[in-house]
Design a protein around this ligand. Sequence first.
Ligand code: OOG
Ligand code: NI
Length: 401
Amino acid sequence: MTTLIAPDVIRARFCAALSAMYRAEVPLYADLLAIVAQVNARAAGAAEPRLAVERHGAIRLGTPAELAMMARAFAVMGMEPVGYYDLSPAGVPVHSTAFRPVTEAALAANPFRVFCSLLRPELIDDAALRAEVAAILSQRAIFSDTALHLIAQAEADGGLTAGDADGFVAALLETFRWHRDARVDAATYHRLASAHRLIADIVAFKGPHINHLTPRTVNIDAAQGAMRARGIPAKAEIEGPPRRAVPILLRQTSFTALTEPVRFVGAHDTAPGEHTARFGEIEQRGAALTPKGRALYDRLLAQARSGDRTAPYSDRLTRAFAAFPDDLPTLVREGLIFVRDGLPITYEDFLPVSAAGIFQSNLAGEAQASYAEASSQAAFEAALGRAVLDPFALYAAMADG
Ligand code: OOG
Ligand code: NI
């Protein structure tokens, strides 16, 4: 009898391999990890075992077929699509889900998740460019034959043996690797980029290079300060709720994406191109909000963002969130957070406004116009080949009564 490896173990191996690859490819990310480790070591609660491993990464896919296969690859690692995020109101032509472990045991074993976006070509106005994008993407294969074979084998056998799990991790890692050689010439790249820089990032390359990884910190304000002190170009604002006594949801910051050399098809080595995509991020997580709490969060965030523009954003945010209770008994009594045994349940998902802010800060100079097209969870799920899970239902199942 052959022994199959637990999906949690395959996910942990994949996360470790991805982290090692990204640290080698993006040395500034290794610096960021060192800063976060220092900040966490100084903070109370540093003994927490899950702190050292990355919490998430992100990729951007071009076609429904790529998304459907990626969902099968993540399933081998015990990761399911949770939530639907429409980024088009923020002027980003993608919609997304998060592939993540969904049970408490799986989250505790290894919390790694991937924010995964799919291009919405219907948001490209120019019909000729839209056709060109479809033609370019129809010609690319982002998974190796070995990866495809092992995904099918895992599905047929209900898992992978130790040796095959290692083969799977190594093969899938190639899909996430950066490629300096673009698949298009410089003129095509610039045509894509002038429609939207993100379209060039998704379409012009051999695969969906991992565009960032994100360790967890217990003090994001200190980590942001430490980044600045080291001269790392930190994003202007921390995304999400303000600093609070009882942290809620998710706060995030990042260093802005690096401009890196690329080689376009037919280009001479004397005229290198460049592309800006890869960055590093930090996150701090707090309590998962109930639908009632989330509605309050969304309302107060909108208030802060639309408020008096002459005041600094952080002041507007603090002022708006004065209306969000900040002590555990009130949060529980008013039904704003999910709790079990008196403790908040940690938020394990993402926030669409924050995600848009992370995208935008890495698209320097990109206009912020929003797309008028309606969101399309049904189209996303058709591409995915299944429905996404409802995050609120997952938290409700973990909570008391
Ligand atoms: C994903 C941005 C969203 C987050 O942490 O909210 C994200 C991307 O840039 O592809 O990762
Ligand atoms: Ni992120």
